[in-house]
Design a protein around this ligand. Sequence first.
Ligand code: NDP
Length: 256
Amino acid sequence: MNRVALVTGGARGIGLGIAGRLAAEGCDLAVCGVRPPAAAEAAVSGLRATGSDVMYVQADVSSGEDRKRLLSEIRSRFGRLNVLVNNAGVAPEVRADILEASEDSYDRVMGTNLKGPYFLTQAVANWMIAQRREDAGFAGCIVNISSMSATVASPNRGEYCLSKAGLGMATKLWAVRLGEFGIPVYEVCPGVIMTDMTAGVREKYDRLIAGGLTVQQRWGYPEDVGKAVAMLVRGDLPYSTGQSIMVDGGLTLQRL
Ligand code: NDP
């Protein structure tokens, strides 16, 4: 029986890169997003072409109601869930100096990037614990897509940095709590990845990358993150729960 993976925000960008790798490795998939199913249809069809069973659920991870419905639809369709990838996230709509940034933007970014994954993990963790009680061979895994912004301070998007730093602690908390159940929890921290999220700052980063921002002088791609997540989900880093993996082309290496 295939393992079932839920990838939030899995119909676009980094999430689609992750979903694609997991499908290629034989996982069945649930992907969610805020767009209606028709908008995600092309991505979902592409994932199905690998032979995996793929369902799309329109669900906002920042909403408790939506998270509940999302898991109940997965339960009806697959009856099980082995892998949770908390990937869905938003950048601030406006990059504003922290001297001026608004509480509305703070609430929006924290709701999607931190509160959503934290409580989705809580619900999934309880389901995984129940599955493990029924089947000692159950193999669960949780991966949080954080960011280099968990540790690199950008004062023109403070709420984003805070949300990712919080997700880093959430990773540690859940790793500690779920250790006794054999469920590893990891954090993956991408650097500058070419997606819709970075479309508005493409020229700026083209220049910075050409000027040596990263050690590996290129943009990162969703597949780079997908490969890292697939490694974790496969179980290729079995004795490292709670750890962060940088996927940033060396951007955060200290250099002199
Ligand atoms: P995109 O903007 O390209 O895609 C974001 C995805 O998240 C979309 O699928 C979107 O759904 C989904 N999403 C957004 N809000 C919600 C919500 N409230 N509920 C459910 N789904 C939601 O972003 P990226 O692919 O670039 O980013 C993915 C993750 O990677 C984010 O957590 C981001 O912070 C992180 N990251 C990105 C980096 C980059 O350089 N791009 C660098 C470091 C980290 P829909 O398709 O329906 O709109």
